[in-house]
Design a protein around this ligand. Structure first.
Ligand code: GDP
Ligand code: MG
Length: 297
């Protein structure tokens, strides 16, 4: 345990955070929704994160979309496909409290970090640029081709990713080899080159960190184990420390819990702020470009 927590959290502010989420609106009229691309190894908690956000947004634990196996949904998919490690590109929307209404952000998750059988870097770039159509099944040995039915030739701003989130279990440094970190760094650089902001969430702090945090989640920012995990991820992949969020997903609970909600909401807030900034910056750039074109005519 470190003497002073390195990050602060006002655990009593849940109602304010929820109010912020409920009133969350897009600042730009250029897009219908913000697209959040989640990327991480099989079993890291990508589907559980989407389900957890869904649960918080609906103020109840919602039925699992597809996170339901101890090995992770991606591995289940991989096994059913005869060890060929495939994964469909699916957009997950988050329902508001009333059926039929949705929040202005969507999630896609891709199993992209396994160096040998994960989704190819080329395909991840295509997904970031909005070229991958819904329901495409990624092939770990060959990238999506322009001639393919699932190749979107004319992606709109709605199809493009506005933020990239690495979903890593907090013990990633103990289990991942150099090639996985290398691939993560390559993906992060590709996102940076496309102007897409990136953050990381470190999941499973209730299971894979120190006894202190397992006992009480509010110790999260005082844990040396978690601080070291964040530092190593920061060094290996290149995220600034303030873009790394340790948290726990809902996975076995039947009721919401304030501490779990607060950790997820603080990550979600950062994700949505970064995505909103990205969309606004793209809108300004497009407006400047068209103004320049008008000036030239
Ligand atoms: N203890 C704990 N288990 C988690 C957490 N997040 C996910 N899990 C479990 O880890 C397994 C894999 O999660 P899943 O969301 O399917 O991973 P995915 O393959 O990345 O989509 C499932 O059994 C989840 O219940 C977490 O924060 N804490
Ligand atoms: Mg999954």
């Amino acid at each position: 345990m470190v003497p002073e927590p390195w990050r602060t959290m006002d655990w009593g502010r849940k109602e304010d955070e929820l109010e912020w989420l409920k009133s969350f609106r897009l600042q730009s009229g250029n897009v219908k929704h913000l697209r959040v691309l989640l990327c991480g190894p099989a079993g890291s908690g990508k589907s559980s994160f989407i389900n957890s956000v869904d649960s918080i947004c609906q103020n109840r634990i919602t039925g699992p979309a597809d996170a339901n196996n101890s090995q992770g949904t991606d591995l289940v998919l991989a096994k059913t496909a005869g060890q060929s490690f495939t994964l469909k590109y699916k957009t997950h929307r988050i329902q508001r409290e009333r059926p039929g209404q949705h929040y202005p952000f969507v999630f896609n998750d891709i199993m992209g970090l396994e160096p040998t059988h994960g989704i190819l870097l080329k395909d991840i770039k295509l997904a970031m640029k909005g070229h991958v159509k819904e329901d495409y099944t990624f092939n770990p040995v060959s990238a999506l081709k322009k001639s393919d039915y699932f190749y979107n030739n004319n992606p709109t701003s709605n199809d493009k990713a506005h933020v990239l989130v690495f979903v890593l279990a907090v013990d990633i440094n103990d289990v991942a080899g150099p090639s996985m970190f290398q691939k993560m760094a390559e993906i992060r650089l590709a996102a940076r080159d496309l102007g897409i902001p990136q953050i990381a969430i470190l999941t499973k702090i209730d299971e894979k960190s120190c006894a202190l945090v397992k006992k009480d989640l509010t110790n999260v920012y005082s844990s040396t184990y978690i601080q070291n995990a964040m530092r190593k991820v920061s060094e290996q992949v290149g995220f600034p420390l303030n873009c790394i969020f340790p948290l726990k997903n809902y996975h076995a609970e039947i009721k919401l819990n304030t501490e779990v909600d607060m950790l997820i909401l603080s990550a979600l807030r950062k994700i949505l702020d970064l995505a909103n900034d990205r969309v606004n910056a793209t809108g300004v750039a497009a407006a400047n470009k068209s103004a320049n074109n008008v000036n030239r005519t």
